[in-house]
Ligand binder design. Structure first.
Ligand SMILES: CC(C)(COP(=O)(O)OP(=O)(O)OC[C@H]1O[C@@H](n2cnc3c(N)ncnc32)[C@H](O)[C@@H]1OP(=O)(O)O)[C@@H](O)C(=O)NCCC(=O)NCCS
Length: 136
């Protein structure tokens, strides 16, 4: 069987950009962009570890284009590395005009999350059933 384990596959999180999340330029506020990327990374890491996880670092976050109000956002999150207790997730945020086929890469960045035990201490992540990237 050559099926990709669901927790190793890239994940997409979708969100509509409504005015309550924008700045006074009617574009998505930068903090909201990071929140969406962090949330997608959180889901990927939680599903991989099946533990409580917290974000310990974000790296190389770059904002490449503004996200307009009324657009649909897709955050694609991919598990790129599993350490002993930490996991690294690469995220890309795309903006889509729902009335056309226009789609733009607006931001990207990596997030490192750590699995915690019930005492809030880092705990080892179990070995993968498939390697990162979904290859058995
Ligand atoms: C996450 C936390 C428990 C880690 O504690 P710690 O004492 O740094 O733990 P460790 O030194 O054992 O590091 C744990 C893992 O995190 C990694 N790590 C720690 N700081 C890091 C950083 N700045 N960047 C990348 N990785 C980091 C370590 O390399 C280690 O990875 P590994 O086990 O895969 O080798 C602690 O830093 C914490 O509680 N931070 C606050 C988290 C939080 O509130 N986030 C926001 C809300 S989700």
């Amino acid at each position: 069987m050559n099926a990709t384990h669901p927790t190793e596959a890239p994940l997409s999180v979708y969100e509509m950009v409504f005015p309550d999340k924008t700045n006074h330029y009617s574009t998505l506020f930068g903090g909201q962009v990071m929140q969406l990327m962090d949330k997608a990374a959180f889901i990927v890491a939680t599903r991989r570890a099946r533990r409580h996880v917290v974000t310990v670092a974000s790296d190389n976050v770059s904002f490449k284009a503004p996200v307009k109000v009324g657009h649909l956002v897709e955050v694609r999150a991919t598990l790129t590395k599993v350490g002993r207790t930490s996991m690294q997730v690469f995220t890309e945020l795309f903006s889509e005009d729902t009335l056309s086929e226009d789609r733009t890469l607006c931001a990207s960045g990596s997030f490192t999350l750590v699995a915690l035990n019930h005492g809030g201490k880092p705990v080892a992540v179990s070995p993968a059933t498939t390697a990162v990237g979904g290859q058995a």
